[in-house]
Design a protein around this ligand. Structure first.
Ligand code: NAD
Ligand code: MN
Length: 534
């Protein structure tokens, strides 16, 4: 199963072994959510009981052991849906980072992992994936509580996707061949890939487990030592999976997990002279800083996966029913806190009014609710800061003269959480801030077009180039437009399509690296030439 489509949803719905599903894809969960179907066979009460009993590991993981921060500092982690405290998490600083880098370097130089055969590394990665699968419910619950993601999403997408990513990366590593160059008869030119060495991975709060797996899969399988810094407000699954990696046989020091602040400890990793590579998922402004830090320090390889403002183009001849449901899902999934969210809906003028009505109708499936209830499709904003940012953008859209549907009232206030309902702006011009800037909330901007050329120009008129989609029944129309759109991942008659087998990353200011697929291994290895004269 490689593509997200209705068949995948059918498969998942009727699959009794939810976690065995190999679909690494948000769309299946999202479509299912829109259809009002649960992705888990546990009830809300059962999840709640499990949450009440949950023991949360909140320490850093350094050199194979769970440890407190060197200075004993902690940072309290809250459930964004309720405001209740989850844990006091180790808040690592410079000393912890230096210790972790030294341990990672020692492990790398020892060869205990870096020089282990690909087959042996494969075996550890696959065992680790199995342990993740054995603990899938716990991981889903942790991610739900920590991030405020509906349990449907974590059981249906984040956790099975992460499992598949780790398993796939492990399974790939003993199947990749290296190259012999076409040289003259008395020479041999070997072109090999060797691990970078010590790699730092810095990840965001919106898809903590998914983005972590995208980094750790290829980085560890390639033989690197990795220092993982989760976002300071969503460290819990990263901490948990490190212990499972040890249990699977990953040697001490090869994976270090440092929960802590980005601005100090994260920046220290990024400027560290003994870190060879830095893989990042997060915002564009921080991605720019990381490139500067690299230049100021040791020119470590930096691969960025950054923000987006992705175009979703709907032609009049599209399957409008399907396109409208997907347009709502593309923007409102994960509360719009998705880098590839389809936030610019670019609609052919002749169907504009009718289609907007259909999207408004489809948005009703994305009312926020209790994240522990398997029927809930949308959770809260991650924190007060993000909530306020989104509210500000709603005010900006109003002041730019757009027409707004939704967003008048704070809903679900009894939760104490940070919930927003879907907002749709029409009458948007692509030059407006609401069309140019990443909101990172459930706010859709609808922009009309008359000609195909105009649609292409609007879609490309952005500093970003991450995701997008085109909807048309005329395949030559769709493909001729697809060819012109400058984004890393483009759907034709689907949104959020793709799985672990295809690369994911951005053009322009959406970044330079590629997660997923065999191409991800390029970010964690150096190409080496060995020229042999006979
Ligand atoms: P962020 O850039 O604020 O933080 C990301 C990570 O960087 C966190 O771990 C943070 O602690 C760390 N950090 C912050 N300042 C740092 C510094 N000076 N040096 C080193 N590390 C630092 O982003 P966020 O708010 O956590 O995540 C949302 C952003 O991530 C959005 O812009 C979104 O589009 C983007 N994102 C991109 C992708 C992708 O693959 N392209 C995927 C998910 C999210
Ligand atoms: Mn949290």
């Amino acid at each position: 199963m490689h593509y997200a489509n209705d068949l995948d949803v059918e498969y998942i719905l009727h699959s009794s072994i939810l976690y065995r599903d190999d679909n690494n894809n948000a769309i299946a969960a999202a479509y299912t959510a829109a259809m009002g179907e649960a992705m888990t066979d546990k009830t809300k009460a059962q999840w709640q009981t499990m949450a009440d009993k949950l023991k949360i590991e909140a320490r850093a993981f350094i050199n194979g052991h769970y440890v407190d921060a060197h200075d004993g500092a902690t940072r309290t982690c809250y459930n964004p849906a309720t405001g209740t405290k989850l844990a006091d998490v180790a808040n690592c600083g410079i000393d912890d980072a230096d210790r972790a880098v030294q341990g990672a370097r020692d492990a790398f130089e020892s060869g205990i992992w870096s020089k282990r055969s690909p087959d042996a590394r494969r075996a550890v990665m696959v065992r680790w994936a199995q342990l993740l699968e054995d603990n899938a419910d716990e991981l889903a619950l942790l991610e739900t509580l920590d991030v405020g993601k509906p349990i449907r999403d974590t059981t249906g997408s984040d956790v099975p996707g992460a499992i598949r990513t780790i398993r796939w990366s492990g399974e790939a590593i003993d199947k990749i061949y290296e190259q012999v160059a076409p040289t003259s008869h008395d020479t041999i030119g070997l072109v090999t890939r060797i691990p970078l060495g010590v790699v730092a991975a810095i990840v965001p709060w919106n898809f903590p487990l998914s983005t972590t797996a995208w980094k750790l899969g290829p980085a560890l399988a390639s033989g690197n030592s990795v220092i993982l810094k989760p976002a300071s407000n969503t460290p819990l699954t990263a901490i948990r999976i490190a212990g499972l990696a040890k249990e699977a046989g990953l040697p001490d020091g090869v994976l270090q997990v440092l929960p802590g602040p980005g601005s100090s400890m994260g920046a220290h990793l990024a400027t560290h002279m003994d870190i060879d590579g830095l893989t990042f998922t997060g915002s564009t402004p921080i991605g720019k800083k990381l490139l500067e830090y690299s230049g100021q320090s040791n020119l470590k390889r930096v691969f960025n996966e950054l923000g987006g403002k992705s175009p979703n183009i709907v032609f009049a001849d599209a399957d409008l029913e399907k396109a409208a449901e997907a347009a709502a899902m593309a923007c409102f999934y994960n509360g719009g806190q998705t880098c590839t969210a389809g936030t610019r809906l670019i609609v052919e003028e002749s169907i504009h009014d009718r289609f907007v009505d259909m999207v408004i109708e489809a948005a009703k499936a994305w009312q926020p609710g209790d994240i522990m209830d398997p029927a809930t499709a949308m959770g809260p904003m991650i924190d007060q800061g993000q909530y306020d940012t989104v509210k500000d953008y709603i005010a900006i859209g109003d002041s730019e003269g757009c027409t707004r549907y939704g967003g008048d009232s704070n809903i679900f206030p009894e939760s104490g959480g940070l919930f927003l309902e879907p907002v749709i702006f029409t009458g948007v011009d692509n030059s407006m801030r609401i069309a140019q800037e990443e909101v990172f909330g459930p706010v859709l901007a609808v922009i009309p077009f008359k000609t195909k050329e105009e649609a292409i120009n609007i879609a490309n008129d952005s500093i970003y180039g991450l995701g997008g989609a085109i909807w048309s029944r005329d395949i030559s129309n769709a493909l001729s437009v697809a060819e012109e759109i400058r984004v890393g991942t483009l759907g034709v008659n689907n949104y959020f399509g793709g799985d672990i087998t295809v690369p994911f990353g951005g053009f322009k200011q959406s970044g330079n690296g590629r997660d997923k697929s065999i191409h991800a291994f390029d970010d964690y290895t150096e190409l080496k030439t060995t020229w042999i004269e006979l």
